[in-house]
Ligand binder design. Structure first.
Ligand code: FMN
Length: 213
């Protein structure tokens, strides 16, 4: 039985999120919930909101796609000269939100962000469709452009330049990894008595606390 059918019968709400049921490792718990969202055919289960902030503490947020989640952290890819990248360069802390509405679930992840290795970015870039690779070369992400035609012209230019063979990783493009020190799992329940179990990293160890909804 997949989670959607469980959900339809209302069992997921009744079952909730118990301290005794969760994995001791928050990343394993996250992987389980992501898998549940994929099984339940949630729309874009890997979609996340990524919040960064200026050095003065002014927050900004945008949607991104999560491309990796393991014991090393949570990986996303972007332009290293974008607005978010500027902010991360001066303030390396960020927050990620995952929301799977069909399952009434939210995960909040917070921590420090680092660039991943060039090898790792290259491997991912090479796995992308050719059009997306050219698009990455063409887009000076977050900079002001005259109009759409500028962007399309740049696309055509790189299409011509990279008409044959492997397209190299743009030097201004790659991945970041958020290394979590706090991960909260939120499960919607009836009467707003939601479950909130939060893993906090304390001296290299994870401890779990429950917050009032
Ligand atoms: C569902 C969704 C997924 C997205 N995924 C990415 C992504 O993985 N990487 C990326 O750079 N932008 C992605 N974007 C675009 C960003 O939201 C944003 O427009 C872009 O990264 C520029 O943000 P910035 O100016 O704050 O740096 C996505 C947008 C949506 C709606």
């Amino acid at each position: 039985m997949n989670i959607l059918s469980i959900w339809k019968k209302g069992v997921a709400v009744i079952k909730g999120l118990k301290e005794t049921d969760i994995d001791r490792d928050p990343v394993k718990q996250f992987q389980k919930w992501l898998q549940d969202a994929q099984n339940a055919r949630c729309h874009l289960p890997e979609a996340i909101a990524l919040a960064t902030a200026t050095p003065e503490g002014r927050p900004t947020a945008r949607m991104m796609l999560l491309k990796g989640a393991d014991e090393r952290g949570f990986v996303f890819y972007t332009n290293y000269e974008s607005r978010k990248a500027d902010q991360l360069a001066s303030n390396p802390f960020a927050a990620i939100i995952c929301y799977w509405g069909e399952l009434e679930r939210q995960v909040r992840i917070e921590g420090r962000v680092e660039k991943i290795s060039e090898d790792e970015s290259t491997a991912y870039f090479q796995s992308r469709p050719r059009g997306s690779q050219i698009g990455a070369w063409a887009s000076e992400q977050s900079s002001i452009i005259e109009g759409r035609e500028d962007l399309e012209q740049r696309f055509r230019k790189y299409e011509k330049q990279f008409s044959k063979g492997t397209i190299p990783l743009p030097p201004f493009w790659g991945g970041y990894r958020l290394i979590p020190d706090r991960i909260e799992f939120w499960q919607g329940r009836t009467n707003r008595l939601h479950d909130r179990l939060c893993y906090l990293r304390d001296n290299g160890q994870w401890k779990v606390v429950r917050f009032s909804p």
